[in-house]
Design a protein around this ligand. Structure first.
Ligand code: PEP
Ligand code: MG
Length: 323
């Protein structure tokens, strides 16, 4: 079983009718790169940089961050690396930073909201990233974007720091893609407009489900509402992908859903371009993709999007792929 999967390590992720997608890995630090490569990852679809901050006793300096980003980009040997800027707050706290007291930290001062307020912290990270860009193929994305204006502000700061570095005589790559996480329903619904300005999307289903169903992703008491296969979620995911494609942009997914065996057929059918998951899920997902027809999955997705409940969707997917 494991050996059978291992022969797919260097294989393409391509359907029976010739449609190719990218299967990538999620990482939390440079040491995780090895696991992604050993499991046949074609890229890194999510580098959660908050661990650089959480594992330290001070805000990591520009040089400390530069070293980490360079290591990841070099380690991936020119494959695409999507780095998410600081996603702190909510449940992720720092020992050396005091967050404001809030009734609902998950709906509060966090991620891009904090970065657009504390631009000093944000600029340090962006400078480190831009400096590292020449060591591989870098994509940067912003977490928890709710409005186009937030994206514009973040992108403008990125452009300013890139110009500053160029003026300082630092070499920078000219092909850095700047995209965003789609993990707030407001962003999914407005995806076609975001796609005019963002280079790509990465759908964060862990939060997208939480915020769509108004159900804390950590709470056992309401865990029955955590439904990736709920048609409401599928419709938001589909709107995001179609919104990207309408503007010629690519759409990925880096939430847990991207690696779920019964979600892959649906996402393939909706046209998702990049699937990013924990390293150990990559080879099973490749085996699945290699055995599915894009045309048939398009029909499956179309039918699934008309259904009313998660149970109905799952039943349809199982009936279609468990043959
Ligand atoms: C997500 O929300 O789906 C995601 C990938 O980000 P995180 O799990 O780090 O919130
Ligand atoms: Mg998230």
């Amino acid at each position: 079983e494991k050996a059978a999967l291992q022969i797919l390590k260097d294989a393409k992720s391509i359907t029976t009718d010739g449609h190719e997608v990218e299967l990538a890995g999620n990482i939390g630090n440079a040491k995780d790169v090895e696991g992604v490569l050993n499991n046949g990852g074609e890229g890194v679809g999510l580098f959660r940089t908050e661990f650089l901050y959480m594992d330290a006793d001070h805000f990591p300096t520009e040089d400390e961050q530069f070293a980490a980003y360079k290591e990841v980009l070099e380690g991936m040997g020119g494959r695409k690396v999507v780095v998410r800027t600081l996603d702190i707050g909510g449940d992720k706290k720092l020992s050396y930073f005091t967050f404001p007291e809030e009734m609902n930290p998950f709906l509060g001062y966090r991620a891009i909201r904090l970065c657009l307020d504390r631009t000093d912290i944000f600029r340090t990270q962006l400078r480190a990233l831009i400096r590292a860009s020449i060591y591989g193929r870098l994509c940067i994305m912003f977490p928890m974007i709710a409005t186009v204006d937030e994206f514009r502000q973040a992108k403008a700061i990125f452009n300013e720091e890139k110009e500053n570095l160029i003026k300082e005589g630092v070499q920078v790559a000219d092909n850095i893609e700047v995209g965003m996480m789609v993990e707030i329903p407001a962003a999914a619904v407005n995806a076609d407009n975001f796609a005019k300005e963002a280079d790509f999307f990465s759908i964060g289903t862990n939060d997208l489900i939480q915020y769509s169903m108004a159900a804390d992703r950590m709470s056992e008491n309401v865990s029955y509402l955590y439904q990736p296969y709920n048609p409401s979620i599928l419709r938001l995911v589909n709107m995001t992908i179609q919104g990207a494609h309408k503007e010629g942009k690519w759409a990925g997914m880096c939430g847990e859903m991207a690696g779920e065996p019964y979600a892959v057929p649906l996402l393939l059918g909706m046209g998702l371009d990049e699937f990013s998951m924990s390293a150990t899920s990559i080879l099973p997902a490749r085996k699945m993709v290699n055995n599915l027809s894009k045309k048939e999955m398009e029909k499956l997705a179309e039918e699934a999007l008309k259904l009313s409940t998660a149970e109905e969707v799952l039943e349809l997917v199982k009936k279609t792929v468990d043959k």
